[in-house]
Design a protein around this ligand. Structure first.
Ligand SMILES: Nc1ncnc2c1ncn2[C@@H]1O[C@H](COP(=O)(O)OP(=O)(O)O)[C@@H](O)[C@H]1O
Ligand SMILES: [Mg+2]
Length: 296
């Protein structure tokens, strides 16, 4: 899969013209954390990549980190002509700020120039695209100000990115508390950059403190950094790594589908009873079954 993409791609992206709408109500997820560097942008781009390439979904990612945007840089999109800032300032139509990435999903970048905007227009502008995509992912600002609040109110559900240490957990608790005041449902926590060390907080520690289920445990993986250096989502760089397989399980849960990990090592683990079901796997199953039961 990685060979398909030209990583030397500054300026190879094109502006997207939308064709065809569907009438289905689709989902807008905000990816939040009140802390920089925990992996919001990485989660956004990799979830988008697996939803589009593994599950064939129409996906849009939006850089809602207005004052320090970098989703575009993760995806090799630099100096776009039209940005979300222009959309919020009513200078361009939102459809004219959509760029087709070479990774199977679309993107709305923000401006690296510090332009004044009203972030709360995000909800109304993004709603206009709801029927054109199966999933829209909003990459949020880490600052507890109008920027993150705008993402919270524009989202149907939130995914909170955290890591297994006390300082990040305290930010996660704050994020959950703030989201609750905005009455936006929290789908769950993505526990990122996990080293599987005894000194790290456990899933139970995180869930109990944040009163929110952990839906994914993404290992720390140097390949994620390697992918970033090539401006390509790790999902396309190392599609079978543990980190990316975890994103695939998470993506499947979000769209109520199943993902079968067909890697030899996983099959072997299952065969020899090493495949003890872990808490976050149970949480995903509960969400999936809950959705199924509601449908009946
Ligand atoms: N699972 C992971 N393993 C290793 N590095 C990661 C992982 N997730 C994110 N990173 C790295 O952490 C840094 C911060 O990630 P980023 O997504 O930019 O955070 P945020 O958007 O929250 O500021 C980046 O260098 C990214 O490549
Ligand atoms: Mg970021």
């Amino acid at each position: 899969m990685p060979e398909k993409h030209n990583i030397n791609k500054s300026n190879t992206y094109t502006r997207k013209k939308l064709i065809g709408d569907s009438l289905k109500r689709n989902m807008i997820y905000g990816i939040i954390a009140i802390k920089g560097g925990v992996g919001k942008t990485t989660c956004t781009s990799n979830l988008a990549a697996v939803l589009a390439n593994e599950f064939g979904k129409r996906v849009l990612v939006v850089d809602a980190n207005f004052s320090a945007p970098n989703l575009g840089l993760h995806l090799g999109i630099v100096e776009p002509e039209n940005t979300l800032h222009d959309v919020l300032n009513d200078k361009v139509q939102i459809t004219d700020a959509i760029y087709q990435t070479e990774f199977g999903f679309d993107m709305i970048p923000s401006s690296l120039m510090n332009k004044k905007i009203n972030p709360f227009k995000l909800k109304q502008k993004i709603s206009m695209l709801r029927d054109s995509y199966d999933v829209i992912l909003l990459d949020s600002s880490p600052n507890l100000n109008d920027e993150i609040l705008a993402t919270m109110v524009a989202s149907d559900k939130l995914l909170v990115v955290s890591s297994p240490d006390f300082p990040t957990l305290s930010c996660t608790m704050q994020a959950v508390k703030t989201a609750k005041t905005k009455r936006t449902q929290i789908a769950g926590i993505i526990l990122n950059r996990v080293h599987n060390k005894k000194f790290e907080l456990s899933i139970d520690d995180v869930e109990n403190a944040a009163e929110t289920p952990v839906l994914a445990v993404v290992p720390n993986d140097i390949k994620v950094l390697e992918a970033l250096s090539k401006s390509i989502p790790a999902a396309l760089h190392t599609p079978l790594s543990d980190a990316i397989v975890e994103y695939k399980h998470l993506a499947a849960c979000l769209i109520n589908e199943k993902y079968e990990d067909s890697r030899f090592k996983s099959k072997l683990k299952k065969l020899f009873g090493g495949g003890k079901i872990r808490k976050h796997e149970v949480n995903r199953a509960v969400i999936r079954d809950g959705v199924k039961n509601r449908k009946i």
